[in-house]
Design a protein around this ligand. Structure first.
Ligand code: NAP
Length: 313
């Protein structure tokens, strides 16, 4: 990503310097996307670490100070905390400022932020489809969003220049941007992200409860597939609790579909219907190949995990 000649944003405030927030601060600095970066975090230990990492020009725990003279605010706190942070910051933003966020649910976040917006402050919600199972300011890196999608869900009537400013920030960090309604976002993400996480949490929990298959065997033979679920099930508990509490309807709808399809698969196993199983697995393999073809994952064996050196050759 080339560095911008003139920073497109004056003062950028990033609130919540965890995996996502610290990655935005790092990328905005690296690619010259803001003249000044303000880091706002409620946690003193996080603020101290952000100062040590030198990824922002100013670091504060005071939301009002973070809002002062700011052009763009990006809220990177858990979904359940968005409303309170917006309430503290939005009335102090200057006219023409834009408030955005990175929450994994959009309908409830728009509902939590919008009532606090004063006249002249625009809301352009966003969600980068990028992340890892790690949290905190040390987990972030400037290339996290490169080649990844970021979905924007501006409410109807949002000024075009506000949308363009937020789009420019994400494109400046290397992301591909798509716009849709918050409701559509929440249904798409329920099936592509939220239900898969619920399944991972469930299968890892079930395996841990199965004392008959000793725990040590579950761990020992994990490379047979279980291990890949444990990576997802290691995701931040607060973040994921908030996602399920805030995208309840779409998650339950998709879970209903999932349960029906699982019952059909169980039936095929019970009745030794090899043809149905083979047809299903062929269809799913094609989906994996199209994800790789779109550059959203690696085709390397075992997800690109390094292999032990073979005989030093
Ligand atoms: P994270 O690493 O846990 O970081 C969140 C940060 O926000 C922490 O430093 C936390 O402080 C701070 N915080 C919490 N409440 C706050 C408040 N009221 N005021 C100021 N700071 C506060 O989380 P993350 O993974 O970056 O996720 C942040 C957001 O990004 C979430 O809304 C999530 O849905 C979204 N998102 C995450 C991913 C992902 O893969 N992780 C991907 C896309 C979008 P404490 O240390 O005190 O908790």
């Amino acid at each position: 990503m080339p560095e911008a000649a003139v920073p497109p944003i004056g003062r950028l405030a990033v609130v919540g310097l965890g995996l996502i927030g610290s990655s935005i601060a790092r990328a905005a600095r690296r690619y010259g996307l803001a003249r000044e970066i303000v880091a706002v975090d409620a946690d003193e230990a996080v603020r101290e670490r952000v100062r040590e990492l030198a990824i922002a020009d100013h670091v504060t725990g005071d939301a009002a100070e973070g809002a002062r003279d700011t052009d763009v605010v990006v809220l990177c706190v858990p979904v359940g905390a968005m409303g309170a942070v917006a309430e503290a910051m939005a009335p102090r933003l200057k006219p023409g400022a834009v408030i955005s966020d990175v929450g994994s649910v959009k309908g409830s976040v728009v509902a939590a932020i919008q009532p606090h917006l004063p006249e002249g402050v625009a809301l352009v919600p966003g969600h980068p489809i990028a992340g890892t199972e790690y949290s905190g300011p040390d987990a972030g890196f400037s290339t996290l969003f490169a080649g990844r999608w970021c979905i924007l869900t501006p409410p109807e009537g949002t000024p075009e220049d506000a949308v363009l400013r937020v789009r420019g920030l994400w494109e400046g960090m290397g992301a591909l941007v798509e716009t849709m309604s918050p409701e559509h976002h929440d249904r798409v993400l329920a099936i592509t992200s939220h239900v898969p996480h619920l399944i991972a949490y469930n299968i890892v929990g079930t395996a841990a409860d199965l004392e008959a298959v000793t725990q040590s065997e579950v761990i020992k033979f994990s490379a047979s597939g279980f291990r890949d679920f444990t990576r997802i099930a290691a995701s931040d508990p607060t973040m994921w609790r908030d996602i399920f509490l805030n995208n309840r309807d779409a998650v339950l709808e998709m879970l209903g579909r999932f349960n029906e399809d699982l019952a059909a698969l169980a039936r095929a196993v019970r009745w030794s219907d090899g043809e149905a199983l083979h047809a299903m697995f062929t269809r799913t393999r094609a989906i994996r190949r199209s994800i790789v073809a779109l550059g959203q994952d690696t085709a390397a064996p075992d997800f690109g995990r390094p292999r032990p050196a073979e005989d030093g050759k």
